[in-house]
Design a protein around this ligand. Sequence first.
Ligand SMILES: Cc1ncc(COP(=O)(O)O)c(C=O)c1O
Length: 361
Amino acid sequence: MLKIKPNLGILDIALYEAGSAPKPEEQNVIKLSSNENPYGPSRKSIDAITRHAAEVHLYPSTNHLELRQSISARFGLSDKNIICGVGSDEIISFLCQAFAGPGDEVIHTEHGFAMYKISTLAAGAKPVEVRENNRYTDVDAILEACSKRTKLIFIANPNNPTSTMIDAREVHRLADGIPGNCILVLDGAYAEYVPNFDGGASLIHKRENVFMTRTFSKMYGLGGLRIGWGYGSRHVIDILNRIRGPFNLSTLALAAANSALTDVDYVTRCRNENSRLREWLSNSLTNLGIESDKSYANFILARFEGSEDASACYKFMKNEGLLVRQVANYNLPNCLRITIGDEAACKRVYESIRNFLESVK
Ligand SMILES: Cc1ncc(COP(=O)(O)O)c(C=O)c1O
């Protein structure tokens, strides 16, 4: 027996499975497995990285003031209510570390993002999985699952991997119904894909126990640099800052994120292109008999007749150089999550699925 043992919960963590990526020698393979922006980062971010490259012998900012002020200016939020992290993953981890421990419960939904459960277990707390209503967040089910041990509730809106979204009324109803000592976390990783959506920020202005997480990994095309942020009450931000490493974000990450926020036209173009191709792909697949829920994000969740069909289609597409995401570990074994790529990628996806369906007729 090994004498060295980890803390409670750590050995219950199933390793995070990332979307598969092309091998370096593979040509003409398209990665549609991690909901990345197919157009890459804005030219302004690339230029900022180049400009700051010669400064990397210096430690970066500790308080991220410039980035927090840019976020504040862009979204109309107070910079004092913002914290930046190494991806929104790090903010999720801070929340669990700071507010949940042994004996506490953390709610996530049936098909919720994997990091909620991983960070909960890492903090020694108990993850509580709540059923969804046909792949939609079920507010009543969450309210029923709340107990005096509940410390955090995570919902992504839009949700990954389902792509569905609940409306502001439902989010308000949830915020109104939860116990006062429990924090509702609204994960807005895909908020930029929803026109005129604030990710739930306006709700936070009125409540101390609602928190929002956001990321530069999706719409801003900066997943490789790992930048996310959180927005909440001054009290909660102060607590999270106490456990944040002093230099958690690199100089290049800060510069790229800062510049990304100035390129509003780029975001508008990416959002419009995503919406256009998403509607085209989901309608075209529906015509082939492959249904998906209305998506509010940069991916669709294609539903097959059964798990065997989904697996067979995954392999078929992989052989054709299209890497999509299997989501059996999200309790969706009959589905494939497909990132909306550029026009050529979407056409290849459509043709590949059509060929697959022909091949199994
Ligand atoms: C719902 C959701 N939240 C958070 C994240 C984490 O994003 P990041 O750590 O890159 O900011 C992701 C990434 O896929 C996601 O889908």
